[in-house]
Design a protein around this ligand. Structure first.
Ligand code: C5P
Length: 428
């Protein structure tokens, strides 16, 4: 099967640096990628970066100046199956709306006849301006898809709407676009595609998601933590929101920004705080709980008020630790109802599936997502991950090594399919 050819067009915003990461994700996901940049974009990131990433010349102007070989730049528009504009600045969106073709990106956009995905990124006032909103409406009416923008830190120093979506979310939207491009009916989409949106399984469901690490305080400056970034839980929360679920996120300390559209967000530090937030979330009513947080198993027995002086240790320090509450084993059973479905996560490095299956039973979970962080194509902090979803009848789904955003869709689709199969099983 030939890969989908994506033309990545980068316009001039600070988010241009994130487009490098997006290019890599697109390549890893199997797209062929060529890049075009506005002059302003080249002020933020050099075309050489994209050339090195994609192995192709980068189109930066209409005249082929500064290129080692003459380029027929319109050829990029003929070559591509889909076009992705990330970041899409207010200026580039305005030009696309009005058919202006005065630089390489706007010219290619006008020359390109296929599906276009834009990831807007700009100052919040520019985003909210009636001109930009009217342009957005026109682009949508013409069938241009958009992803984001999200809330978060903007380069102008405010926290507001206008921040470009994370590359993983743009990739997920590009994969969706590529899937429909291949002429597949929704029911023929590979199981990783968001078919659970179409099935409506998650629509209106109340879902509690935990994500990230917990930090256990030692003293005024030190803590015990782990390498979890929260990416898996945040990807699940994001996919659930897009599927119409009402999502309450309980997140440990992570640099990740929560997706837009959450019903409630609790930022916690320690396992005990997470236990309290989960108890409250379950009491409020919950159809599904995803415990994807990497909860610390132990915490210092005593928290020291000030900073412990290293001189007081004489070169050696033993910390006295005590066990944290096991949220799944001790807190969830008290507050869940019989209808609450519980999905846990197991990180194992040996005998992964057997250990995960025993853990599922021991902690009374309906499903468990087993993963081995030391396996090739998996692990903390990485872009890709590989998991196995287990239910009461064994393996429900085994993923390839894919981006965590794609994995989230795979988990949700397969849970939805499995629940529907169980519901309608004539054997009862
Ligand atoms: O026993 P183990 O820590 O491997 O179990 C992992 C699962 O249990 C994860 O879903 C994690 O969120 C959850 N967990 C918990 N409370 C703890 C430790 C882990 O709920 N104290």
């Amino acid at each position: 099967m030939t890969s989908t050819r994506a033309l990545l067009m980068v316009s001039g915003g600070i988010a241009a640096y994130k487009a490098c990461f997006l290019a890599r994700l697109l390549l890893q996901a199997g797209f062929s990628v060529k890049v075009a940049m506005t002059e302003a974009a080249t002020r933020f990131v050099t075309p050489i970066t994209f050339e090195a990433l994609t192995g192709h010349s980068v189109a930066t102007d209409l005249w082929g100046e500064g290129q080692s070989e003459a380029l027929d730049h319109i050829e990029y528009a003929r070559w591509a199956d889909i076009a992705i504009v990330a970041p899409a600045t207010a200026n580039t969106m305005a030009k696309a709306t009005h058919g202006i073709a005065d630089d390489i990106v706007s010219t290619l956009l006008l020359a390109f006849g296929g599906p276009v995905l834009m990831a807007p990124a700009m100052n919040d006032n520019m985003w909210r301006h009636p001109a930009t909103q009217a342009n957005l409406q026109t682009l949508h009416d013409r069938g241009v898809a958009t992803v984001g923008p999200g809330d978060g830190w903007l380069a102008c120093g405010t926290i507001s709407e206008g921040r470009m979506s994370e590359p993983e979310d743009i990739l997920a939207a590009a994969l969706e676009m590529a899937g429909s491009l291949k002429g597949l009916r929704p029911d023929q989409h590979p199981r990783q595609e968001p078919s659970s949106i179409q099935s409506g399984f998650w629509t209106g469901k109340k879902v509690l998601v935990t994500a990230g690490p917990t930090f256990e305080t030692i003293d005024a400056v030190r803590f015990l933590g782990n390498r979890s970034t929260g990416a898996m839980g945040f990807a699940l929360a994001s996919a659930l929101i897009q599927s119409g679920a009402q999502v309450h996120l309980v997140a440990g300390p992570t640099a990740m920004l929560p997706p837009r559209g959450l019903v409630q967000t609790d930022r916690i530090q320690s396992a005990c705080e997470m236990a309290d937030a989960v108890a409250t979330g379950l009491q409020a009513g919950c159809d599904w709980l995803f415990m994807s947080a990497a909860v610390a198993d132990f915490a210092p027995k005593e928290i020291v008020d000030g900073k412990i002086k290293k001189e007081s240790m004489q070169g050696h320090w033993s910390l006295d630790l005590q066990g944290n509450p096991d949220i799944l084993a001790e807190v969830v059973p008290v507050h869940r109802t019989d209808e609450t479905k519980v999905v846990g996560f197991a990180l194992e490095t040996e005998d992964v599936l057997n250990r995960a299956a025993s853990k599922r039973q021991a902690k009374n979970m309906d499903y468990i997502v087993a993963n081995n962080p030391t396996a090739e194509g998996a692990g903390f902090g990485g872009v890709n991950h590989q998991v196995t979803l287990l239910g009461s009848d064994g393996v429900v789904w085994q993923s390839d090594s894919v981006a965590k955003s794609k994995l989230a869709w795979g988990i949700l689709n397969n849970l939805a399919d499995n629940e529907k199969d169980t519901e309608y099983d004539p054997r009862g």
